[in-house]
Design a protein around this ligand. Structure first.
Ligand code: BTN
Length: 256
């Protein structure tokens, strides 16, 4: 197994770093290609959402991967990426974050970072593009977004060195990716994710998946990263896609 060797390409403005990385992956770009932009004019989020990406307000980063692990374990890539962000923010910014399944990074229950992992089929084989958007400050965000999002500057209480965050992220990513591909690595990623997230066990959540909405309590991860949720009827449901949101105790009481 080779060590991931990141190669960073920087742009002032792009529609989406994920789209640019995917285009290059289709043309045979090597594993480790990183696309970074100061702004995105058509930033993309999970579930076809928009990712607001004003200049200098966030770190907009995408990396091309060509994993050799079994296709059934590619679903661990977003979880591995979330762990890398968690590591980098702790090491470089001393900010302790939470991970909301599968890969949202939260601080004080607000979103600090989102991750969009996509699979690309090309003549040179299958690739994954992992896009990471970290909010650096929220001043340029629309008001409604400021209510649900937070930023690294807010979490740290001071201005930060975005370049140091990027370098730390790239290193943490390479380390977690190496673990994912090592013998026993997928199990370690699941264990580490579970240790770093308050969503792993006993969290009251609302799940929206495949047009269905239900609530329940989280009961750990499957080996492929899917989330087990025990419904109010006592049935264990395995969630592989969709949105999971925490239900606050005061709202639970109001429901009753
Ligand atoms: C989400 O939480 O919905 C995922 C957001 C992912 C945003 C990042 S920013 C860099 C990369 N380029 C994109 O267009 N999206 C991802």
């Amino acid at each position: 197994m080779e060590t991931l060797e990141p190669k960073i390409l920087r742009f002032d403005s792009l529609p989406s770093t994920n789209t640019e990385a995917a285009r290059r992956a289709m043309q045979g770009a090597e594993e480790g290609l990183c696309i970074v932009a100061r702004e995105q004019t058509a930033g993309r989020g999970r579930l076809q959402r928009q990712w607001v990406s004003p200049a200098g307000a966030g770190l907009y980063f995408s990396i091309v991967l060509r994993p050799w692990i079994d296709a059934s374990l590619w679903s661990l890539i977003p979880l591995m990426a979330a762990l890398a962000v968690h590591d980098a923010l702790l090491q470089t910014c001393k900010v302790e974050t939470d991970i909301k399944w599968p890969n949202d990074i939260l601080f004080a229950e607000k979103k600090l970072c989102g991750i969009l992992a996509e699979t690309i089929e090309s003549d040179t084989g299958r690739a994954a593009v992992v896009g990471i958007g970290i909010n650096l400050n929220t001043e340029a965000f629309p008001v409604e977004l400021r209510e649900v999002a937070t930023s690294l500057e807010a979490a740290m209480g001071k201005a930060l060195d975005a370049e140091a965050v990027l370098q730390s992220l790239v290193q943490a990513f390479a380390r977690r990716y190496e673990i994912l591909q090592a013998t026993g690595g997928p199990g370690e990623i699941v264990r580490e994710w579970s240790r770093c997230s308050t969503y792993t066990n006993g969290k009251r959540v609302c799940v929206s998946s495949g047009g269905e909405v239900f609530s329940g309590v989280t009961r750990g991860l499957e080996s492929d990263g899917a989330l087990r949720v025990e419904t109010d009827a006592g049935e264990i449901r395995v969630v592989r896609a969709g949105d999971v949101t925490s239900v606050r105790p005061e709202l639970q009481n109001r429901e009753r």
